[in-house]
Design a protein around this ligand. Structure first.
Ligand code: HEC
Length: 208
């Protein structure tokens, strides 16, 4: 039954978590119950401070030792974290993202190091559909002049390298603006080459 309650995988962790959950609930009820009884039955003792607001006074209690120690430790920890802990480790989420991005690109790169042209163009087509088709259209015809018609045979003169350079740099021309994919920074070298090979293959067919 316990397994059904807490799921099949990672059972030990789930069961421990479940036990912990019930323990916290029980302890909470117990503590509330103890204090509730205390409030009902006990009269407070101790020396009252002199000030008094409409009959509401304040006891002259010492600071609880545990509380004092924890507060001092917290201040020390805050100082350590502010001066050493954070600056020295200098963790950055953006940095981690960039690093993972680079690692992923490198892995992708080495996996496809010896890819042939047909596969490259196929890879390029899916990149085109994801990153270019919203402006250039599914068939790369430029959607009635909203973006460059990439099936134009003139791209044979650009060659794969010329097309790749254009994608990397982006273009602010008469038709409109294409962002620089280099600036966007999510494509790896082989992906530039793939999508450029695909675009080049389109212009070779001279339009569809
Ligand atoms: C935000 C819309 C947009 C996206 C996304 C986009 N383009 Fe463009 N692209 C354009 C526009 C607009 C032009 C025409 C710029 C001009 O000359 O006025 C253009 C021009 C081009 C050119 C011609 C450049 C030249 O020098 O003649 C190529 C090649 C090209 N795009 C390929 C791509 C590829 C490949 C992708 C995807 C990786 C892509 N574009 C994504 C809008 C876009």
């Amino acid at each position: 039954m316990i397994e059904q309650l807490f799921g099949g995988s990672n059972q030990t962790i789930n069961i421990l978590g479940g036990i912990g959950f019930f323990a916290v609930v029980l302890i909470t009820f117990y503590v509330v119950w103890v204090y509730y009884k205390k409030i009902k039955n006990e009269k407070s003792e101790g020396k009252l401070a002199e000030e008094n607001w409409d009959g509401i006074g304040e006891y002259k209690n010492d600071l609880p030792t545990g509380w004092t120690v924890v507060t001092i430790l917290l201040i020390v920890w805050a100082g350590w974290y502010y001066l050493i802990g954070y600056p020295v480790n200098s963790y950055s989420q953006l940095g981690e993202w960039n690093q993972e991005n680079e690692e992923y690109k490198a892995k992708f790169e080495s996996k496809w190091a010896n890819i042939d042209d047909a596969k490259l163009a196929a890879m390029g087509e899916s990149i085109f559909l994801a990153k270019c088709a919203m402006c250039h259209g599914l068939t790369a015809d430029g959607m009635d002049g909203k973006a460059q018609n990439l099936t134009d045979p003139m791209y044979q003169f650009y060659g794969v390298e010329g097309i790749e350079a254009a994608i990397r740099a982006g273009k602010k021309g008469e038709i409109g603006v294409m962002p620089s994919f280099e600036q966007e920074g999510t494509m790896s070298a082989i992906q530039y080459k793939a999508v450029a090979t695909y675009v080049f293959s389109l212009s070779k067919q001279g339009g569809q």
